[in-house]
Design a binder for this molecule. Structure first.
Ligand code: AMP
Ligand code: MG
Length: 401
């Protein structure tokens, strides 16, 4: 058996960083992976400007009860005049700071009439001014290669005037489910059959990771059918996932099928529950991962072990997302020599500490635990968990994004 962390690391490194890039419009950039460092090409703000609606003044001109005549009304987008001695310029949020002015007094602290403006409360020197370059400076690296672009990054890129970006090409991933007992949803269920839940589940997990295209095939348990389907998927996919048929049963034909097309396959027994059998193979230089057939197992294995590989193939820097810690609720004993990844809901107590509440039935066949949970909590092998014990938390929101 190999340790979970070892298997996770090996899988994460099983793929190459992408070589192909393409140009993408800013409007289409959400979720794309940057293939270039983005540098600031503008100082932001580009010039000193007002942070508030108010009056631009020279601090030394202010005195108790003094009225400053209004020299100009300067709206955002207007060019300000040079402030004359003893005068004020009416300005607004985003207006350029007039040369000669050193302070902006907010309008709430002023009284304006036909003679000018009276300052009711003395400001501190230099307040209410946004300085040139205080946010971003020309030449500074703003966003690094391998970043997945969010709406927040898009705001920053737009503010800098970047209209087109170099990004990595998106992936095509193949799924091959196997098993004579499986029927697709929408078809009548014959005696002895169950619906194929892994194919739609894995497709959804892949799409949530922003995979461009998912090709799903199903093969009955024959060597020829599995081999033909694998060859079809390998022809145009960057990565292929197989599901089921990879243990040591008589109908477990995925391993011989991969070997029959020249694949080299490492079969691992990972010290984790759910999800023990897992295999990594290369065929024609492409990675192929064999997942367990049980939906709860393949869900966990995909989330924790395949998603890092996908992030790497996508060119992302953050291949292994954050793991937080939480206090596991309830006292119980976890027996056996495998680490357990149990389905939990996540809450917090009054001190703001995270709490993990396990689903009542942690059986590896219990699909209803999947949508109920928000995270998988990692429990060391053969452990007694007492109140207050802290466990590692693999949150769906991190690990499936
Ligand atoms: P296997 O590894 O092929 O023996 O599969 C292990 C268990 O997972 C069996 O109970 C299968 O019926 C079930 N299983 C395999 N593939 C799927 C699938 N795509 N959807 C739902 N259950 C599956
Ligand atoms: Mg099977």
């Amino acid at each position: 058996m190999i340790e979970f962390d070892v298997a996770q690391q090996r899988l994460a490194r099983a793929g190459h960083y992408p070589e192909t890039t393409e140009v993408c419009e800013l409007a289409d950039a959400l979720g794309r992976i940057l293939a270039q460092d983005i540098q600031a090409q503008l100082d932001m703000p580009p010039a000193d400007n007002s942070a508030m609606d108010g009056y631009a003044v020279r601090l030394t001109d202010l005195a108790e009860g003094r009225v400053l005549p209004i020299q100009q009304r300067c709206y955002a987008g207007d060019m300000p005049e040079t402030l004359k001695a003893g005068m004020a310029i009416r300005i607004f949020t985003g207006s350029l700071l007039p040369p000669g002015a050193d302070t902006v007094v907010i309008q709430e602290n002023c009284q304006e009439d036909e003679h000018g403006v009276r300052i009711l409360e003395m400001p501190e020197a230099g307040v209410n001014i946004r300085r040139r370059g205080e946010d971003m400076r020309v030449g500074e690296v703003l966003i690094q290669t391998g970043t997945k672009l969010s709406a927040a990054h898009i705001a920053q890129l737009a503010a800098q005037g970047h209209a087109r970006l170099s990004v990595y090409q998106r992936l095509t991933v193949g799924i091959l489910t196997t098993g004579d007992e499986l029927t697709p949803a929408g078809q009548p269920l014959l005696p002895g059959q169950i619906y194929n839940s892994n194919a739609p589940m894995l497709r959804a997990q892949l799409l949530a990771l922003d995979v461009a295209r998912v090709r799903a095939l199903h093969a009955p348990d024959t060597l020829e059918a599995i081999r033909d389907a694998l060859q079809s998927l390998l022809a145009d996919c960057d990565l292929v996932l197989t599901v089921g048929g990879v243990s040591v049963g008589e109908k477990d034909l995925v391993k011989p099928a991969i070997e029959s097309i020249g694949g080299e396959l490492d079969l691992w027994k990972v010290r984790m529950k759910p999800g023990k059998p897992l295999a990594l193979a290369y065929v024609q230089d492409k990675p192929l991962v064999c997942l367990p057939g049980n939906p709860v197992s393949s869900y966990a294995v995909f989330s924790l072990m395949v998603s890092p590989l996908i992030r790497r193939l996508q060119g992302r820097r953050d291949t292994l997302p954050t793991v937080r810690h939480a206090i596991l609720q309830g006292e119980r004993h976890f027996e056996g020599d495998r680490e357990e990844f149990i389905r939990v809901q996540v809450g917090s107590d009054e001190q703001g500490r995270l709490l993990a509440q396990p689903f009542s039935n942690q059986g590896s066949g219990v699909i209803s635990s999947l949508p109920w949970a928000q995270a998988l909590a990692r429990i060391p092998a053969d452990t007694h968990v007492a109140p207050g014990d802290v466990v590692r938390l693999y949150e769906y929101s991190q690990w499936q994004a």
